[in-house]
Design a protein around this ligand. Structure first.
Ligand code: SAM
Length: 472
């Protein structure tokens, strides 16, 4: 068996099973040791992160008081690095043709009755215009893996189409991409196509379970999949997004694996993951969650979110509409910084809003509210919904982004930019009730800005009215 080596380029070495087992044994031994727990919490309070071993000790600790401290600290860290901004995005499913055999995903090749669809460029345009009508500016492209139906050329052409659409107050400003693991050369081409982040969920870090869950197809290769982020970063993609699909394997070892992966990227490439997503397994077409033995209860799910916030304070955290309003509300307090809104997980689902949905959906969503309802709900809780993409537009990515974030200086850019994009949303897309809540929030937030920044922002808002602001 490989030895644990953070710097290695081999999956089984930087996600080392012996190290995971050792970490969990250590955590079981010390999780009730008050001195150890206090020591780790004191380190977390410095807001510079925890190691996978320290975080595992807190994960296995069962003291309610300790949990309350973790939750309060997660909220404090989130406010320090991200403030009250919440970035909004929508997934866009291009094609659900897939050659893989993932046992938890209804796109698996053996599923003969799911409605298969691959959008043409014209259909993509209609879909993107429907998303723009809602006010979306940031998308996450999703596709099954199929060398004939969904080759990289198709993905690249689709990205080009999307960036080229000018419709109703502007364009889509950032296209993140969630497609199967690929070669360095293909990642170079994605980078050249100006994608935002490359996102790939590990599904599970446990190799034996990974192989059972992916019995056939290119995704069956554990090392190829696990080393994908290394190839993406070698190809020049600086923002990568990690995630595991919680519910496939036991959560404690997934949590440790996820942090080991983040530590590996930070050690080798100087920047950890740009985001971490926390998807939980959902029911879907021919997928019954009861067939999977590792369902993650809400309480532990929220604890994992809070502990990720303590462990990787500079990393954005994403929650999708797999979760309903109640969990999203709690998760936002504990550290989530990006959420999707008004999502459809079917291919062509946005443009076909009023038609009965042909069943091409990947999974059942729990939060069915419109983007406008999500925006209003965020503001009613004191958050600034943000459609900002300017870090990316201005080249503040990878190490540069992390350096600013570490100094807690990202606020200087982000709050005014978020407010400007909120104003853009209110002026162009919002329902009257949302405008009322939003304008009040804008006044309150602007009053809190230092005078020079407030004046500058006011000037930009006036320019926005005249159509003179160029967003990146
Ligand atoms: N084909 C790409 C790949 O293999 O990584 C993109 C994957 S898919 C479009 C996006 C993600 O949806 C998967 O990585 C998986 O984690 C998640 N997913 C699949 N089935 C799911 C289910 N039943 N419930 C929740 N999430 C699911």
């Amino acid at each position: 068996m490989e030895k644990y080596d953070l710097m290695s380029d081999k999956a089984e070495s930087f996600i080392n099973e012996k190290e995971i087992a050792y970490t969990l044994a250590y955590a079981r031994k010390y999780c009730a040791d008050t001195a150890m727990v206090r020591h780790i919490l004191a380190k977390a309070k410095e807001k510079h992160g925890l190691t996978h071993t320290e975080a595992a000790v807190l994960l296995l600790n069962e003291d309610r008081e300790v949990w309350h401290e973790i939750a309060a600290l997660a909220e404090e860290i989130k406010n320090a690095y991200y403030g009250n901004r919440v970035v909004l995005f929508a997934p866009l499913y291009l094609s659900n043709y897939c050659v893989n055999a993932c046992t938890y995903c209804p796109y698996h090749a053996q599923n003969r009755h799911i409605f298969r669809k691959k959008m043409t460029q014209e259909e993509i345009k209609a879909e993107v215009m429907a998303l723009q009508d809602m006010g979306h500016k940031r998308l996450a492209l999703e596709a099954g893996e199929h060398p004939v139906y969904n080759p990289l050329e198709y993905i690249l052409e689709s990205i080009d189409t999307i960036y080229g659409i000018r419709h109703k107050a502007g364009a889509i400003r950032r296209v993140n991409v969630n497609i199967a693991a690929t070669t360095v050369e293909n990642y170079r081409r994605l980078h050249a196509a100006k994608i935002g982040a490359y996102i790939l969920f590990q599904e599970t870090y446990n190799k034996a379970d990974y192989q059972k869950l992916h019995p056939r197809g290119p995704k069956a290769d554990y090392a190829w999949h696990t080393e994908a982020m290394d190839r993406a970063m070698q190809a020049g993609i600086e923002d990568v997004g990690l995630g595991v699909l919680f519910g496939l394997h036991n959560y404690a070892s997934e949590f440790v694996g996820l942090l080991m992966h983040a530590e590996h990227l930070e050690a080798v490439y100087g920047a950890g993951p740009h985001t971490i997503s926390v998807p939980r397994l959902c029911p879907a077409d021919d997928i019954d969650t009861a067939d999977f033995a590792n369902a993650l209860p809400d309480g532990i799910f929220l604890k994992i979110i809070a502990l990720l916030r303590l462990s990787v304070p500079y990393t954005g955290m994403i929650i999708s509409t797999r979760e309903g309003q109640r969990i999203r509300e709690a998760a936002l307090r504990l550290g989530i910084s990006q959420i999707s809104g008004g999502s459809k997980t079917s291919v062509g689902g946005y443009a076909a809003q009023d038609e009965p949905e042909a069943d091409s959906a990947q999974f059942e969503i729990s939060d069915r509210r419109s983007l406008d309802e999500v925006v209003r709900w965020l503001m009613e809780q004191g958050y600034i919904p943000s459609f900002c993409t300017s870090c990316y537009g201005n080249g503040r990515v990878g190490e540069d982004f992390m350096a600013l974030c570490k100094k807690q200086a990202i606020h200087n850019f982000c709050t005014p930019n978020a407010l400007l994009t909120l104003k853009e949303y209110l002026d162009n897309y919002a329902a009257p009730a949302t405008v009322a809540v939003g304008e009040k929030l804008l006044r309150e937030e602007m009053a809190q800005l230092p005078a020079p920044r407030r004046l500058y922002l006011q000037k930009r808002m006036d320019m926005l009215k005249e159509g003179k602001v160029v967003f990146f």
